[in-house]
Design a protein around this ligand. Structure first.
Ligand code: NAD
Length: 363
């Protein structure tokens, strides 16, 4: 085992020790749940995050709303019992600094808007949780990290998978070398995108296409299974619908090389359904998630020894409770701004490799 891998195993011991802590109820709960302001009341906020905050979180709850649509604010106020004094539009956003019921601002806007609202939230003295991808460039990620550091506030990214028993088990199997040394990782996530007018297909708002939106899960998976930062990447792109995907990528495949010798093969697409897996291939066996590796409707997987029988959890409640616990216990989060930045560096390397038509160095 090289020094790098040894330190990862050590880090994972902490992770594994933390896992039951994250996923089970504790005897002693804090007096007050931390208050969360949701910024952007779109599909994810409506269908996943608000219900998780209403039903499943133990350490935080919904206390304020930010939206540019007055009708949504009215509807949500009634549905979640939020007073009018705790509802803001984007211009009034900075007034959050005067609201003691808000501890965490959760940014659930189109990707290009994450940096502005993260920086403004930090400047308003709030901890910030932002959806993935953290931003459209590594430079913006760094600005967000710096703003939160300067304001002495925590920054988390919506990497919900890392808080599920399935992904935690994959990390454990890899880092503890349960099937021997990891040799290869295969990861892919894609789906057939609908509405051609949506912001996900506009480069200015989305930053890119499938890679930015869902390929990022496969990159995360590769990085947390291997436990190292990749040193080089070679990527290929194909575009079968040049009208729909005029501004953003449609289908990309890539290979990452890690310093310890692991090779990782990845793919992402907006053109078809069915690509949804994370696979570790080791000296003495394999372990994988799929055909549902990243969705929040239930995960599944198996190893070369048999099926993975693990509980399903509310991904959004798990990630938010972990972030709240990090604040309450003053410990760092795994889904940190630095994690978001590391993924954006890989994404930029993938785009650079495609543009230059050759393998490029990372880091
Ligand atoms: P959505 O389009 O349903 O919602 C976006 C919200 O932003 C809407 O309420 C919209 O009114 C508002 N908005 C403000 N300015 C806008 C503008 N200029 N253009 C478009 N909308 C604008 O999107 P969504 O699916 O809720 O995604 C929001 C964020 O959450 C994205 O960053 C996305 O990557 C992320 N997301 C994460 C997951 C996950 O599993 N963690 C799943 C889906 C989306």
């Amino acid at each position: 085992m090289n020094t790098n891998r040894r330190s990862f195993v050590k880090a994972t011991a902490t992770l594994a020790a933390a896992a039951p802590f994250i996923l089970t109820a504790r005897a002693q709960e804090p007096q007050r749940k931390l208050g969360v302001a949701l910024v952007g009341l779109g599909s994810l906020a409506t269908n996943q995050i608000a219900p998780a905050l209403a039903k499943n979180t133990r350490l935080c709850k919904l206390t304020a709303l930010v939206s540019g649509t007055p009708e949504k604010l009215t509807k949500w106020q009634a549905q979640y019992g939020i007073p009018a004094t705790h509802c803001y539009n984007y211009e009034q956003f900075d007034r959050l600094k005067d609201n003691p019921d808000v501890d965490i601002v959760y940014v659930v806007l189109p990707n290009s808007m994450h940096p502005e609202f993260t920086v403004r939230a930090a400047q308003a003295g709030k901890h910030v949780f932002t959806e993935k991808p953290m931003a459209n460039s590594a430079a913006e990620c760094q600005q967000m990290i710096d703003a939160c550091k300067q304001a002495k506030r925590r920054l988390g990214v919506g990497y919900r998978c890392q808080f599920t028993p399935h992904h935690l088990e994959m990390i454990r199997l890899s880092r503890y070398e349960v099937f021997g040394r990891l040799k290869c990782v295969e990861a892919a996530f894609g789906f057939k995108i609908g509405d051609p007018t949506q912001w996900r297909l506009r480069k200015a708002l989305a930053g890119g296409g499938a890679l930015m939106d869902v390929g990022i899960y496969a990159i995360q998976g590769m990085r947390y299974l291997v436990g190292e930062e990749p040193v080089s990447v070679q990527a290929f792109e194909t575009k079968t619908d040049k009208v729909k995907f005029a501004e953003v990528d449609e289908t990309i495949t890539w290979e990452l090389k890690f310093p310890g010798g692991v090779l990782a093969k990845g793919a992402t697409t907006y053109a078809f359904n069915g690509m949804n897996y994370l696979r570790g291939l080791a000296e003495n066996g394999w372990f994988e998630l799929g055909p549902q590796a990243y969705g929040y409707g239930g995960l599944n997987g198996r190893t070369s020894k048999g099926p993975l029988e693990l509980p399903q959890v509310d991904h959004f409640a798990a990630e938010l409770d972990d972030f709240a616990e990090c604040i309450l216990k003053n410990r760092p989060t795994r889904a940190s701004g630095e994690e978001g930045l590391a993924d954006l560096k890989v994404i930029e390397g993938i785009y650079r490799s495609i543009a230059e038509g050759k393998a490029v160095k990372l880091g």
